[in-house]
Design a protein around this ligand. Structure first.
Ligand code: F6P
Length: 363
């Protein structure tokens, strides 16, 4: 009988549990046994973190946010932070131990659900001989090889709902509301939610922005007797000639810096340049929480079933990908090498411009 192990890595995203549900049910129907490794790879280091997953265990998890397995974005097994008794941190490579345990436990393959960072780790394990299948997850939607990642649709719905709510308060106070959303170096969440949520200005990393253009748009609103404005800023947006704003150095063991602060920066500039009453808010992890939308559930379930299909066909070191209308797969190596950026010629960008949204670029 085949035994497989699933893990969830990186930041959580709505739909992780739906993937787990689909993997467990599809694999069980093939007569396989499924195990979950908690906290990323911890279950392959310490048996206490390895859990048996049956259809009964996962019965009701599809609509639930987060991941029943837990996750981490600080646990790269090739460079794992370890603290000594004096509290000093050093980095150790525990990948050989994980490969030994994987083989000793007789696993047939590993289904790794994660974003670019986790999929790169999975690829490194594949290079060491572990049969791996990747499942693309991230609210940022920034993986080139798949049309969509699950979690994105839910994050956009949350951000759009927040923008809807901000309209009434902005209008009541004649204020500018600046909303910072997630997305790292890609502007997908900002663009989709900004267009759908009636933003006046959307600032994305793909278009360096000019504060004069932004302020002119806000002032021009008054020509149309609109005394308020909604500005959506992606956390990775950059002012012309400026640089990305982060919350200082990354945490120990974390490879990417923590982005954030651009929303407040833009709000300050608006106040100083045109004297408008301006407030900023950071939507933050609200975007990662809650129950997945129907779109994300369905996508996640399809990814999970497709991953088991690949495993059954013996196709490893690949990531399942959504290439509409169906499921496809790409070698992990290709899947992790390019970040998907907003196409500035796409109809979404054209739509934004055509309906009067300012994207901050110099005219
Ligand atoms: O990659 C997903 C994401 O939510 C990004 O949009 C964001 O920059 C980052 O993770 C936040 O990470 P953390 O949960 O560690 O603060």
């Amino acid at each position: 009988m085949r035994k497989i192990v699933i893990s969830t890595g990186g930041g959580d995203a709505p739909g992780l549990n739906a993937v787990i549900f689909a993997v467990v049910n599809s694999a069980t129907r093939l007569g396989w046994e499924v195990y979950g490794s908690r906290q990323g790879y911890k279950g392959l280091l310490d048996p206490e973190y390895l859990v048996r997953l049956t259809p009964e265990v996962v019965e009701e998890i599809t609509p639930i946010g987060g991941t029943i397995l837990g996750t981490t974005n600080k646990g790269n097994p090739f460079s794992m932070p370890v603290k000594n008794l004096a509290g000093e941190t050093s980095f150790v490579d525990v990948s050989d131990k994980i490969i030994d345990n994987f083989n000793r436990m007789g696993f047939y393959c590993h289904i790794a659900i994660g974003g670019d960072g986790s999929l790169e780790i999975a690829h490194n394990f594949a290079r060491k001989g572990m049969p791996v299948i990747g499942v693309p997850k991230t609210i940022d939607n920034d993986l080139e090889a798949t049309d969509r990642t699950f979690g994105f649709d839910t994050a956009v719905a949350t951000a759009t709902e927040a923008l809807d709510k901000l309209h009434s308060t902005a209008k009541s106070h004649d204020r500018v509301m600046v909303v910072e959303v997630m997305g790292r170096e890609s502007g997908w969440i900002a663009l989709y939610s900004g267009i759908s949520g009636g933003a006046d200005v959307i600032l994305i990393p793909e278009i360096p922005f000019n504060m004069e253009t932004v302020c002119k748009k806000i002032s021009d609103n008054e020509l149309h007797e609109k005394d308020y404005a909604i500005v959506v800023v992606a956390e990775g947006a950059i002012a012309e000639g400026g640089s990305v704003i982060s919350r200082g150095e990354g945490e120990t063991g974390r490879e990417e810096v923590v982005l954030g602060g651009i929303g407040e920066w833009v709000a300050d500039e608006i106040r100083q340049r045109i004297g408008k009453d301006t407030r900023s808010l950071v939507l933050g992890h609200l975007q990662r929480g809650g129950s997945p939308t129907t779109f994300d559930r369905l996508l996640a379930l399809r990814f999970g079933a497709a991953a088991v299909r690949l495993a059954d066909a013996g196709i490893f070191n690949h990531m399942v990908a959504f290439v509409p209308p169906g499921m496809s797969s790409v070698p992990l190596e290709e899947a992790i090498c390019v970040r998907k950026k907003v196409d500035l010629e796409s109809d979404k960008v054209l739509t934004a411009r055509e309906i009067g949204i300012c994207l901050g670029d110099t005219p």
